[in-house]
Design a protein around this ligand. Structure first.
Ligand code: A3P
Length: 437
């Protein structure tokens, strides 16, 4: 080369370089030739403005250089992927078709079995169960769950669950029922405390407010269905109770109660009628502070010894008179008298006797009471459930156990003397001495 003239040398160099360049770029300008691409793998080449090349199922897709070309190819890839998936699904579908057919057949057979089971349950509990929303939900669950069943074991488990649930729901069956016991009196005797104590018992369902159905024409004229509607929901194994203390002293109520039920149990909590009268007066005074003093209301004439027998606070305390009126309709066995004094000082024996009278389990115990010093009265611990005691201590409100206004001792003695003969007769009739002064 050194002997050649320089233009010739330059020419040869150019030819050789051109040939080398041709070898490199002229045959195939695609740089991907230099990439080892395996089927199914994804590579990222020349990160930056270059994108991904995807190869599936042995077919490769070259990475386009232009953006639009890239898009086009990407759609192509998606289509291929879709086709591939569909074909795979087809295979799965074909292979499991037989299996699925037998599963469907099994499921149908189980559904038939369950339907007949439910029919039996329906026959067993005709109206109540099937109209019960819980049962309806259950039956819906039953049909919803059909498709989920895959084998006999599951089916049997499901059936037994349904059966158990139906029985449980039957037990739980909630309905509003007429009371089978009523606390008919006596006002200020401790009726609220008694009701709250009974509420602790799992066998008792009690209406909260006083209903005043039998003693108020306005309510009585609404009819017995209205009365029942005032009751709480209860299960068949529970006793519904309401308390309206004015029933005991209102003429006409025994006849109306008798019309509703001849066998209803009648509970009366009685308290020393003198203290009861003061308590009753205190309640009125809390509402109407301008009321005249107790003494003025009690006596016919100021400083006399003549009692105003028509004053309701006095009239209510002649228990024997009211009881006699009730006995015209109900036998003595249907009554139970609770001591208003004992329910404060020693409630458990009183409650035990009441549980016996109501024929409910003897469940209320000492542990259900605690003495609240600041209130000066027993308070109650919780609601009993079949699982045990739910600890919800509570006392009665401030309108129960309120302070009494001062009344002269001589006036109280006078009232006690007045009530004594009525009390004696009452003790005789109810066969219990309440030892009121
Ligand atoms: P006083 O407020 O005069 O003390 P009723 O509920 O029939 O209206 O009776 C109210 C009376 O219940 C109260 O009258 C109170 O003496 C008596 N009582 C009995 N046990 C009670 C309790 N645990 N807490 C509050 N008051 C109770």
């Amino acid at each position: 080369m050194e002997n050649l003239p320089s233009p010739k040398r330059i020419f040869i160099v150019l030819i050789v370089s051109g040939f080398i360049l041709y070898l490199i770029y002229g045959v195939n300008t695609d740089t991907s030739l230099f990439l080892a691409i395996k089927p199914g793998s994804t590579h990222s080449a020349n990160k930056g403005n270059r994108s991904t090349a995807v190869v599936r199922g042995g077919s490769s897709v070259k990475e386009p250089k232009q953006k639009d070309e890239w898009k086009l190819n990407f759609e192509e890839i998606s289509d291929k992927q879709k086709n591939l998936k569909n074909s795979t699904d087809d295979v799965v579908l074909k292979t499991s078709k037989k299996e699925r057919a037998s599963q469907v057949e099994n499921s149908k057979a189980k559904r038939r079995e369950r339907t007949s089971q439910v029919r039996v349950d329906k026959e067993k509990y005709p109206k109540t169960v099937t109209s019960d929303p819980n049962i309806q939900l259950l039956l819906k669950e039953n049909s919803d769950a059909d498709d989920q069943l895959t084998d006999d074991k599951q089916s049997r488990k499901f059936l037994s669950n349904v059966k158990n649930k139906v029985v449980i729901e039957e037990n739980k069956q909630q309905a509003k029922r007429f009371p089978s016991a009523i606390i008919i009196g006596v006002k200020k005797g401790g009726t609220r405390a008694l009701l709250e104590i009974l509420r602790i018992h799992p066998d008792i369902r009690a209406s909260g407010p006083e209903i005043h159905f039998f003693d108020r024409d306005k309510n009585y004229n609404k009819g017995l269905e209205w009365y029942r509607d005032q009751m709480p929901l209860s299960r068949p194994d529970q006793i519904t109770i309401e308390k309206t203390p004015s029933y005991f002293v209102t003429a006409g109520v025994p006849a109306r109660v008798y019309q509703m039920s001849k066998s209803v149990k009648l509970v009366v909590i009685v308290r020393d009628p003198t203290r009861r009268a003061v308590s009753d007066y205190a309640q009125g005074l809390a509402k109407h502070p301008q009321n005249p003093p107790f003494e003025k209301m009690l006596l016919k004439y100021p400083n006399s010894k003549q009692i105003n027998e028509n004053w309701p606070k006095v009239r209510i305390g002649r228990y024997v008179e009211h009881y006699r009126r009730w006995l015209e309709y109900f036998p003595p066995e249907q009554f139970h008298f609770v001591s208003g004094e004992e329910i404060v000082h020693n409630p458990v024996p009183e409650v035990k006797a009441l549980e016996k009278f109501l024929k409910i389990r003897g469940l209320i115990k000492e542990k259900n009471f605690y003495f609240n010093k600041s209130k000066g009265f027993p308070c109650f611990v919780g609601k009993l459930t079949s699982k045990g005691i739910k600890s919800e201590p509570h006392c009665l409100g401030s309108d129960k156990g309120r302070r009494h206004p001062p009344v002269r001792k001589s006036v109280l003695n006078l009232l006690q003397d007045y009530f004594r003969p009525f009390n004696e007769k009452f003790y005789d009739m109810v066969k219990r001495n309440f030892h009121w002064p």
